[in-house]
Design a protein around this ligand. Structure first.
Ligand SMILES: [Zn+2]
Length: 420
């Protein structure tokens, strides 16, 4: 077998023939010719027979490694005059527009990015993390299901912080498909307005329910004309429980500060360690934590009262109550909390009373976090990884790759298995 024929088989790139193989140091450099004669615009695919001029543009892409060697594909490209995009360098079938890597290389990178961490990828593929981010963006732009916004009925809106210090993204989840279908940097009314702009009035009008946290920003956008003013707004029980858990944390911190101020440093230290025992679900406590909880119980006082209020609230959403029963318990809880003389709980009880209908709507429609919990924990995991990116768009792309409606195939799984 001639070296170029062998290289053709090994390279296995669509639409090209190998014309020459050479070593440059540790790199295997493969020169290829495009088989098609027509030139295609990289932006719109518009194809032309004639080039803009006779000049060629030397171009290269990194391909999958061969053993320890990096493989570089080179090709002389031509320019065309797209009626819409002007003079552009022609598109190639084996790489995405603007990429310095072949599709195969990018697909492998994107696959790994959804599975493993930054250090592993950087070492294995010998590219930096921001390059991984840009690759993820291209793979998502190329492979995301374009019909993902067409049949939305029950959606969830969430804010996620992707870096420390006020870097937020808004994510929209399709509750029925259990996929993240839309995202954008920011977390205010305008951020969600952009979602409805992308959807347009028809598709927006078909949305029946939107779940969200209890802040006013997202609700304002949903209620706006041309968005989904008739949709039921649901407040995820998860967010309600979190609000009450935060109130407990406020009371706990207050008690701790008082202990510290009283000079009992030892007790304050012990008490600080009690944080997780109080905030965690009691069935998730280990032996030692359960003992701490029993001690707190014997101590009694405001913190223990706050704890029982939190647990009573959490129990309402354990899943075995009808919305009607839950409604009665919420009312009873609100009245108990509002008379508790614990400022954080008085405040929380007002918020819960105000959002009562939305909380019950979430129960009635079965839109709750338990359902999306699996998705949420994946999103959280991905966001931890995405912190290394410098751009929010890259973080978003990684989320869409992992949790969005996208089919990611490795080179050997491609339908076009390019044998022969
Ligand atoms: Zn074009």
């Amino acid at each position: 077998m001639r070296a170029t024929t062998l290289a053709n088989r090994l390279l296995d790139l669509p639409g090209v023939s190998v014309s020459q193989v050479a070593w440059q140091g540790q790199q295997l450099v493969i020169d290829v010719r495009l088989r098609v004669k027509r030139l295609a615009c990289p932006d719109c695919g518009h194809s032309l027979r004639a080039g803009y001029d006779t000049r060629t543009v030397p171009s290269w892409w990194r391909h999958l490694d061969h053993g320890p060697h990096q493989v570089v594909v080179r090709c002389l490209l031509r320019r065309l005059a797209c009626p819409q995009h002007g003079v552009r360098v022609q598109a190639v079938p084996f790489a995405r527009p603007g990429a310095r890597f072949t599709r195969d290389f990018e697909d492998v990178t994107a696959f790994l990015a959804t599975k493993t961490d930054k250090t592993t990828i950087a070492r294995f593929l010998r590219i930096d993390w921001d390059t991984v981010g840009r690759i993820c963006q291209r793979v998502v732009a190329d492979g995301l299901d374009t019909g993902r916004l067409d049949r939305l009925v029950h959606v969830g809106v969430d804010e996620v912080s992707w870096k420390k210090r006020h870097n937020y993204l808004t994510l929209v989840t399709d509750h029925d498909a259990k996929k993240v279908v839309w995202g954008r940097p920011g977390r205010d009314t305008a951020t969600l307005d952009a979602f409805f702009d992308d959807l347009g009035p028809d598709r927006s009008g078909r949305i029946e329910a939107v779940s969200m946290d209890m802040g006013p920003a997202y609700a304002r956008s949903v209620r706006a004309d041309g968005h989904a003013p008739a949709a039921t707004i649901c407040y995820d029980p998860f967010h309600a429980v979190k609000l009450v858990t935060d109130a407990l944390d406020v009371e706990r911190r207050k008690a701790w500060n008082e202990l510290r101020a009283s000079g009992d440093a030892e007790a304050a230290k012990r008490f600080k360690g009690a944080r997780w025992c109080l905030l965690k679900n009691p069935t998730h406590l280990d032996e030692g934590q359960a003992a701490v909880l029993r001690r707190l119980r014997r101590r009694g006082g405001d913190v223990w009262r706050a704890y029982t209020l939190k647990e009573a609230f959490r129990a309402i959403f354990s899943g075995d109550l009808t919305p009607q029963e839950a409604g009665q318990l919420i009312d009873r809880w609100v009245s108990r909390a509002s008379r508790s003389r614990l400022p954080a709980f008085v405040k929380a009880s007002k918020t819960i009373r105000k959002h009562r209908e939305g909380i019950l709507a979430a129960l009635r429609l079965g839109i709750n976090n338990a359902r999306a919990e699996g998705l949420n924990s994946v999103v959280r995991l991905i966001f931890r990884r995405a912190r290394g990116f410098h751009s929010p768009e890259a973080a978003l792309a990684l989320v869409m790759l992992t949790c969005g409606p996208i089919t990611l195939r490795l080179p050997h799984e491609q339908a076009s298995i390019r044998a022969g």
